[in-house]
Design a protein around this ligand. Structure first.
Ligand SMILES: [Zn+2]
Length: 408
């Protein structure tokens, strides 16, 4: 009797009642029945109609109780709806044809935001497939009720799955700090898919986009959001420059291999770190190396000079400084630095756009780190769909379905 009332209360039953709870092996089966003479809501429109007939018995997996699995058993009714004709009733504890009760969906979805799917499956004695189905249902629900009207600034970034073998394009809402979309690939077609799903009306609301100087994305952005300001992310710019400095170091170390093999050994991070982050030992080494006329030192100084660009406030002055830096860089006789300078020159508008619209992908960096954690938790998801699902679930700030009783 007590278990029956727990089932009734936690499901918030109104038009239905618990006939009986029976043991079946190690499971509990709660048999549910209609209350007599009720009008039931139509699954299409929600208006109530008279019961016409009954369908076959269906089973729903429910939240386990004290480690015992719980099933709900019920034969759904078909109602005569005045607007839709004959329709299945809207079952209050599950969605559509789902074999999972809504509370179970919410419980599994809540824990999968914190734990690996395998662990959640074990905890609730369900299969991995059931966990996936629950996450899918929760994400579908969240996406259905998601509001996008206030998405003004988006940030585009990429992360890798399967130890860097597969790339995913990530689109973030920079104001709300949430993941909007994720898709396998980093081609023009990948980003195009995002805009197809977003639709032209929502795309028009976007004021600015922050991303890397990556031509496939830039092409799509020019087509899809021609009015939006394109700002190149300063963290990506610096990353390109750091790679160039590192390339200069590697080339020079190769040149010095015969004459002074130890001179540049172990100096990689000295050249790449911010000067104020150096350890005392590294600072000492740097001040020694600075006295020798090294190529990598020239590259280092150009990197530090480039960083000062963001101290400017006025766009005009920033532009003059950038042009000056371009001259230094192109006259540095350091090929990687020169290549970077030309890359900047080709994308100058987007680099300088920052001084009018100071956006960067700093916030997405933190989210990308979370995304990596999500990916590690599952040892790298096997399929793009599951990976995307998990990312949206953990980073999309999506609302979970509501339940009458708080199970977790
Ligand atoms: Zn209807």
């Amino acid at each position: 009797m007590l278990v029956e009332s727990i089932v009734r209360q936690t499901l918030g039953l109104k038009d239905h009642r618990v006939l009986a709870v029976e043991e079946e092996g190690t499971a509990l089966v709660a048999r549910l029945e209609l209350k007599h003479g009720r009008l039931l809501p139509c699954s299409s429109c929600g208006r109530r109609g008279r019961v016409r007939d009954r369908l076959e018995m269906r089973r729903f997996r429910h939240v386990p109780l004290w480690g015992m699995s719980v099933r709900l058993e019920y034969a759904p009714a078909r109602v005569s709806c005045r607007h839709c004709g004959v329709k299945v009733e809207r079952i209050p504890w599950a969605r559509g044809k789902s074999p999972l009760s809504r509370p179970l969906v919410v419980v599994l979805a809540t824990w999968t935001r914190l734990l690996a799917w395998e662990v959640v499956a074990k905890l609730f004695s369900v299969s991995w497939g059931t966990v996936r189905a629950a996450v899918k249902e929760a994400v579908d629900h969240g996406l259905r009720y998601r509001r996008l009207e206030k998405v003004l600034y988006i940030g585009i970034d990429e992360i890798s799955r399967r130890k860097g073998h597969v790339y995913h394009t990530q689109v973030y809402d920079l104001l709300d700090k949430r993941l909007l979309w994720s898709g396998e690939g980093r081609e023009a077609a990948t980003l195009q898919r995002f805009f197809n799903e977003l639709g032209p009306e929502m795309s028009r609301r976007i004021d600015a986009v922050c991303c890397d100087m990556w031509n496939p994305y830039i092409e799509v952005l020019k087509q899809q959001v021609p009015e939006a300001t394109l700002v190149f992310d300063k963290f990506h710019l610096l990353r390109h420059l750091l790679e160039a400095v590192n390339d200069v170091r590697k080339a020079e170390a190769r040149e010095l291999r015969k004459t002074q093999p130890d001179l540049l050994k172990g100096t990689r991070y000295i050249w790449l770190k911010n000067p104020w982050n150096l350890t005392d030992k590294q600072r000492e080494r740097l001040s020694f190396l600075e006295r020798i006329n090294l190529k990598v030192n020239r590259a280092y100084l150009l990197k530090e000079a480039f960083r000062r660009l963001w101290n400017y406030i006025h766009p005009g002055w920033a532009k003059r400084y950038l042009r000056k830096w371009f001259w230094w860089a192109t006259h540095s006789r350091l090929k990687p630095i020169r290549d970077f300078a030309w890359l900047l020159r080709r994308h100058e508008d987007g680099v300088l756009a920052w001084f009018k619209t100071p956006l960067d992908n700093g916030a997405t960096e933190a989210m990308n780190n979370n995304a990596k954690a999500v990916s590690h938790r599952a040892h790298g998801y096997r399929t793009a769909e599951t990976f995307t699902l998990s990312l949206l679930h953990c980073l999309g700030k999506l609302a979970l379905p509501k339940t009458v009783h708080r199970f977790v």
